[in-house]
Design a protein around this ligand. Sequence first.
Ligand SMILES: [Zn+2]
Ligand SMILES: [Zn+2]
Length: 188
Amino acid sequence: MLQRDVKDNLDEFIRVESFLDEEREYHLDKSCEWVSDLLAELEEKLEEHEKDPENRAMTVNLKIKRKGIPTYGEGLIVRGDFQGNFLTPCVKCLAPAAETTSGEFEAVFITDKFEKNEEFDENLSVWADNSELEVYFHDRGKCHIKKVIHEHIFLTLNPYTLHSEDCKGLCGICGSDLNHEDCGHGAQ
Ligand SMILES: [Zn+2]
Ligand SMILES: [Zn+2]
């Protein structure tokens, strides 16, 4: 009987040697401290009273295993996906606006002895375990798993969030929120 053992918590730093070649699975949400920290960071540009800690959410699914990587020694292979929803300021009027993030990745941690290698100057990836894996470096076996998800989240972020498609923005003269008031400056 094969029983799937899915864990719901994981430290933000994990050690290569605590994993085996058998894949382990993790389904994390904001009850995991560093996932919660990622969400808090996504809402950090809002005023305290504008944030919505109750309703923001994130799931992170991970599959992790240890494997010997040709040339680079022991590696920790991490495949995963994430999705989240949170609030962020509208770029025009600064009101809290609903935003989402989602993505997936395939990565491998190898020792930071290779960090200065020429082959990683331009392309931080290696082919191993039948995939093109993004390369991250571990410090004597210590892998910062949160960093992988953090980087991927910030790559997906919409740089032009609007609270509504027809947001009128703020008046350039007096700063009034033109969605709620007509200061009269727009007429000129
Ligand atoms: Zn707006
Ligand atoms: Zn005005």
